[in-house]
Design a protein around this ligand. Structure first.
Ligand SMILES: [Zn+2]
Length: 363
């Protein structure tokens, strides 16, 4: 009899634990590519831009690398990881040709308001510039970091030097390695020491954004050492090459970032702490224009279409639907609560936040 009671007790306890967090996801990587358009994600290199003399210096090489008449082939040339691993095992939102819309809700369509909306989960009208001002709003990163079992297990990496302000490192205490920050602390790996040397020896084309290879490898080294539960990685090159009017570099950078994300996914899937327990949520801070053609360089409230964005998800709780063709209208502000839900947490803030994207969980 005692044995039967004990078995019953264990069974009930087991069901209750299951009810608390039915997700298989235990860790989340939130990843963004600054200003990468949904048009390139879904159709690859742009026919109007790939050999445009104003934006491309070496059209032959670019056509050889990225061109095919068929956009289904072309998109794979640009983003092979997205169109193999994610398309086959995850979900892609924001293909507007199916009536599947993802938009920025803040109406400003530039970086700080976008990253704030993405990480905070609501639009703060006061966030109206890219100035280095500490974000008065709490991000989902800070929320997660304040939950039991997560303290000190959240970290962020960004190419743009404004991320420490967006994430408010002073208040949140979340380590943010961004801009021209070297890796710091005791026990730096050989690779971190080498990256710190290179950071000064390989000049960035921009004064406020470092090249993404630094951001990526600093993140990789940190993840191997500290095994964080929630990581945010913000790649930046695509936007800056866009503003520079360098379509060639924009495409090569997009493809390289795709390869960085593959590298992260393979690292996660071969690591016992992360394997089959980690979800990647990949997105952007805003879109760019399309018409007239030079608008591809720009974004902002006056640039039509620059509110248009996309989201990709891959992980153990997300059905492998590939391109989501259901008609729906999602917003950037829905990502924060979705990230928390993946970890089994209910994100709330002092203002209402965007709803969980239920289809990420197959609902
Ligand atoms: Zn920009």
């Amino acid at each position: 009899m005692k044995k039967i009671l004990l078995t019953l007790f264990i069974l009930i306890l087991g069901t209750q634990l299951f009810a608390q967090n039915s997700n298989r996801t235990e860790r989340v990587f939130l990843i963004s590519l600054d200003g990468l358009r949904w048009q390139e994600l879904y159709t690859g290199a742009d026919e109007k831009l790939i050999s445009h003399e104003d934006y491309v210096r070496n059209p032959e090489a670019l056509i050889e690398t990225f061109w095919d008449e068929n956009p289904e082939v072309r998109k794979k040339l640009l983003l092979p990881f997205f169109w193999s691993v994610i398309a086959e095992n995850g979900q892609l939102y924001g293909n507007r040709t199916y009536g599947n819309y993802v938009d920025v809700a803040n109406g400003r369509n530039f970086s700080y308001p976008g990253y704030s909306e993405l990480l905070v989960g609501y639009v703060d009208e006061e966030i109206n510039s890219n100035a280095k001002i500490m974000n008065p709003n709490t991000t989902v990163l800070e929320f997660v970091n304040n939950q039991s079992g997560y303290e000190g297990r959240v970290a962020a990496f960004g190419s743009w030097d404004v991320f420490p302000y967006i994430i408010n490192t002073e208040r949140s205490g979340i380590p943010v390695n961004a801009g021209f920050d070297p890796a710091e602390g005791d026990g730096l790996t050989d690779r971190e020491i080498f990256l710190n040397e290179l950071l000064h020896q390989i000049p960035s084309p921009w004064s406020t954004v470092r090249l993404d290879a630094f951001t990526h490898h600093y993140a990789v080294e940190y993840i191997k050492k500290h095994e964080p539960k929630l990581v945010y990685i913000a790649y930046g090159e695509t936007d800056d090459f866009g503003h520079d009017g360098n379509y060639q570099a924009y495409l090569y950078s997009a493809r390289q970032t795709d390869s960085f994300i593959r590298n992260l996914w393979e690292m996660v899937q071969s690591h016992p702490v992360y394997k089959d327990k980690t979800t990647f949520v990949i997105t952007t801070d805003h879109g760019r224009g399309t018409d007239p053609v030079d608008e591809w360089r720009h974004h902002g409230s006056r640039v039509e279409g620059s509110e248009e964005m996309w989201i990709a998800v891959i992980g153990p709780d997300t059905p492998a639907t590939g391109i989501v063709k259901e008609e729906m209208h999602l917003y950037q502000k829905q990502v924060a609560k979705t990230v928390a839900r993946l970890l089994g947490l209910e994100y709330e803030n002092n203002r209402p936040v965007g709803d969980v994207i239920e289809t990420v969980f197959g609902r």
